[in-house]
Ligand binder design. Structure first.
Ligand code: FAD
Length: 559
């Protein structure tokens, strides 16, 4: 194990900083390691904060994964809380530190400096944004303030601004505490790492639980009004509430690095190489403060997630002690709980692939989360994106009450391994009826896409069925009951799958058939019959369910 009497200073004592500190100690008993944390707490579970507000995590102490004392006792790390690093003198290789409790200022020399200052919540300079009842949620004191007002004042109404995962988790927490929530989101969708049509079940779920969802809406100002806050909206209406949570995103805390003329990237994060080294040989940076390279697109990205921060912290310590660890880009694997649903994603989404003009095809499937004959199975909505030239998996999204996490983790591993849709067909995944299906949803996504690659199936997409051409014929192969009761696509003719062989003469041979069912499976079977009988046909991937979700998305974007 490489050793060395090195003096390592670390700025930021949570995910990236604490990981780097502990790894450094595991690699060297000799090193002097000093961890500076501006706040009062180190190594706390940011990701758990909403769940303490909501009451799922009852004990606040559970969020304190390590304390300054435990880091000192077990890892012999000199932890200095309430200590802000205010400047870096790169020539002298020292930092200036301000003790926020005593106002004492001093300098500390370093051999190596690791920056893990994180990202701060965006607070736009609009009127009233500094109102004391407008909160952000980043750390334990933020959580305490929000929880205190909920516990002590029993607020009736809250406005959550921002539909990212912090906004959604906080909205759910407040609903659990009996607070009525309006969620205001500038975009036409929540959870922007997913494509908009995949968030349709999330919207339904939020509304079902009483969240008033205001998409395509921004906040213009906050003002005091009879003991409440009036939130003026871009729609020229307003909401009165007892508290508001601002969760409109985070931006890298890169000022310390910038002031020391350490290079930053085009998106404002600290620039590093794949050893986490900044433009200064002796200074490393990790976590939410840095700019990473996207694993799929190769473009610069800001991806504020705990997994990358922890791994990067470990890598920085490795490299300082001579281990040639490299960070191999970020693929943005993420998951968010929204009441009974989980919404998860990995890799590139369609919006990004479209924007970057990268070739892609997409398939949707709606498999059961486990064998449909075993109780408790739930429908999972899955979207997979792949390169139609070589079948490489580019991204995946899954939304549902059960099993989204494990499928996205398999897709994430597949993307990391450079697998193709054919490889997904081959994956041998664990199965017994309570847990999955003999053909797992991941295998299934592979089968569907491999059929398309092999030209055994041709796909069409909802947008085409909304505006069919004169030489196209819309064929709905669901049952007559579904056709009449659930609605259909305008202009579609209903011939149920099981009657198709007997009713071929009702189907035009001079037109291209755009075939659909509820989720795409019966449509595929119909297409197999039809194409073997000489018809030219394509199947709507994701079926009528995805058509409805796309329509909702278009309506959201028009409002
Ligand atoms: P942080 O963990 O933010 O730590 C940075 C620390 O540096 C801060 O404590 C700050 O006080 C300190 N600091 C900054 N500047 C200085 C300075 N000059 N001197 C001294 N100290 C300084 N990610 C997930 O992957 N999954 C989740 O479910 C998830 N949920 C989250 C929920 C919430 C409410 C929040 C806020 C975040 C969540 N995250 C989640 C994101 C995850 O917590 C971050 O990606 C991760 O903590 C980043 O680690 P970091 O070390 O870069 O920054």
């Amino acid at each position: 194990m490489p050793q060395g009497k090195k003096r390592i200073l670390i700025v930021g004592g949570v995910a990236g900083g604490a990981s780097a500190a502990c790894r450094a100690r595991r690699l060297s008993e000799e090193a002097e390691i000093i961890l500076f944390e501006r706040g009062e707490f180190v190594s706390f579970a940011n990701c758990g904060l909403p769940y303490h507000i909501g009451g799922e995590i009852t004990k606040r102490s559970k969020l304190l994964v390590q304390t300054p004392e435990s880091l000192s006792t077990r890892f012999n790390i000199d932890v200095r809380i309430n200590s802000e690093v205010t400047a870096i003198d790169r020539d002298k290789k020292e930092v200036a530190v301000k003790n926020l409790a005593s106002n004492e200022q001093y300098t500390e020399p370093y051999d190596y400096l690791i920056l893990s200052p994180g990202a701060e919540p965006v607070r736009p300079p609009l009127p009233g944004f500094d109102n004391p009842r407008v909160f952000t949620l980043r750390n334990i004191p933020d959580m305490d303030r929000i929880k205190h007002i909920v516990d002590a004042q029993k607020p009736q109404n809250a406005v959550v601004v921002g539909g990212g995962y912090i906004g959604l988790e906080t909205a759910e927490a407040l609903i659990h505490r009996g607070v009525k929530v309006s969620l205001v989101e500038l975009a036409g969708q929540v959870m922007t790492p997913l494509d908009p049509e995949m968030t349709a079940p999330v919207n339904q779920c939020l509304r079902k639980h009483g969240v008033e969802l205001l998409l395509n809406t921004s906040v213009k100002s906050f003002s005091d009004s009879d003991g409440q806050i009036k939130v003026e909206l871009s729609s020229d209406s307003s909401l009165d509430c007892d508290l508001a949570i601002l969760a409109i995103g985070v931006k890298p805390e890169a000022t310390l690095a910038k002031d020391a003329e350490i290079s930053t990237g085009p998106l404002g994060g600290i620039a590093t190489d794949d050893h986490m080294k900044t433009s200064d040989e002796s200074v490393y940076a990790v976590g939410d403060a840095i700019e990473v390279t996207d694993y799929v697109t190769g473009k610069n990205a800001l991806v504020p997630l705990a997994g990358p921060a922890n791994r990067q912290g470990r890598i920085a310590a490795d490299v300082i002690f001579g281990i040639n660890s490299t960070y191999k880009k970020t693929q943005g694997t993420a998951i968010c709980k929204v009441f009974e649903l989980a919404a998860a994603c990995t890799g590139a989404n369609e919006k990004t692939l479209k924007r970057l003009n990268m070739p892609y095809e997409k398939i949707y499937i709606y498999p059961p989360s486990h064998a449909s004959y075993y109780p408790g199975g739930e429908t999972l909505a899955v979207k997979m994106l792949y390169d139609p030239n070589n079948g490489k998996v580019l991204g995946a999204q899954a939304v549902g009450p059960d099993g989204a996490d494990k499928r996205i983790d398999v897709f994430a591993t597949a993307i990391r391994a450079g697998m193709t849709v054919y490889d997904l067909c081959e994956l041998e995944l664990c199965y017994a009826p309570p847990f999955g299906s003999a053909k797992d949803p991941v295998n299934f996504a592979g089968f569907v896409a491999a059929n398309v690659m092999d030209k055994a199936a041709k796909l069409c997409h909802s947008e085409e069925l909304m505006n069919p051409k004169d030489n196209q014929f819309l064929l709905d192969v669901r049952t007559p009951k579904e056709f009449t009761e659930d609605g259909t696509i305008p202009g579609a003719v209903n011939i149920p799958l099981d009657e198709i062989r007997d009713r071929l003469d009702e189907i035009p041979r001079d037109k291209e058939l755009l075939v659909f069912c509820r989720v795409g499976q019966r449509g595929y079977l119909a297409c197999r019959i039809l194409c073997q009988n000489g018809f030219d046909c394509r199947n709507l991937t994701g079926g009528y369910l995805i058509y409805q979700a796309v329509q909702e998305m278009i309506a959201n974007n028009q409002n």
